[in-house]
Write a protein that binds this ligand. Sequence first.
Ligand SMILES: NC(=O)c1ccc[n+]([C@@H]2O[C@H](COP(=O)([O-])OP(=O)(O)OC[C@H]3O[C@@H](n4cnc5c(N)ncnc54)[C@H](OP(=O)(O)O)[C@@H]3O)[C@@H](O)[C@H]2O)c1
Length: 329
Amino acid sequence: MKKYNIAIVGATGLVGRTFLKILDEYQFPINQLTLYASPKSVGKKILFQNQEYEIKALDENAFENVDIALFSAGAKVSKEFAPLAAEKGAYVIDNSSAWRMDENCALVVPEVNIEDAFTKSAIIANPNCSTIQSVVPLKALSDQFGIKKIVYTTYQAVSGSGKKGIDDLERGLQHLKNEFYPYDISQTCIPEIDEFLDNGYTKEEMKMINETKKILHLDNVPISATCIRVPVKNCHGVVIAVELAKQFTLDEVRDAFAKQKGIVLYDDVKKHIYPHSIVANNQDQIFVGRIREDLANKNGILLYCVADNVRKGAASNAIQIAMALIEKI
Ligand SMILES: NC(=O)c1ccc[n+]([C@@H]2O[C@H](COP(=O)([O-])OP(=O)(O)OC[C@H]3O[C@@H](n4cnc5c(N)ncnc54)[C@H](OP(=O)(O)O)[C@@H]3O)[C@@H](O)[C@H]2O)c1
């Protein structure tokens, strides 16, 4: 079996370490592994499959003979270094927001639009974590019934902010002062994720709106979103209110979800079976439940989906793209 040279940028971070865990779990065929992080980590060692790897400096000499570079070190690093990796012949799969809305770059969730990955530039963008877990159930609905309108409300875990978010939750739980979020996240929900824009939405909310349109090729469907940070360590929840183009029965909707790759239909409320963070933690599947008619919208459905934002919302989705790429290259 052919093996590939893999680089990870941001290897010491929450997503970077999860890349390593998933490469191992998926038994990704690796020939050579190169790890990059910020200057403060250069020289540190990370253990992977019983071998120590030293963190290397990210500079113009990086990415020699790399086949696939997985980036998770923020948008600034991706803007600067993803083109260098691509110039040197690597495919880049980028977890930041840097390239997502670039029309030359594909924005990919494998269960939804893997074909886009093979039609554009060598830089492939991984969507925002809340978008990834939302577009998979929406794909099932879009294919079968058509979609006329989407309204998102998210309940996002602190791990979505990386190590800084988890540390702030821990601080709050120990009655220490918050350093990262504007309020003590252990005691409150915060309706502010990323910066506020002039239209009153946050960047996170606009990412969900714009990325959903791009991935599902639904340019003309109206979408709105409210994103809320909640005192949960891991796994995001999203309530999706969706208006369908056709009439439906709930059985037909459940059937559509049951057939959709990447989803676990988790919906038996009498037995307290519905998606929640504990059940989705450390999983790659998206849990979908609380499916019901929207009493306020004709042809409307309400559902709740929960997924592990560090795995399916970031690292697993990127490595699933990489798995699809190596079948082609
Ligand atoms: N957490 C999530 O659920 C999630 C989901 C989707 C997307 N993402 C995206 O993934 C990226 C990383 O998130 P994270 O949660 O893993 O954050 P994190 O835990 O804070 O890790 C950040 C990583 O970036 C590295 N880094 C920072 N500045 C750098 C520089 N100048 N050069 C090279 N490396 C640098 C850090 O290295 P040091 O350790 O040396 O500082 C660390 O490895 C972000 O773009 C984020 O938006 C995260």
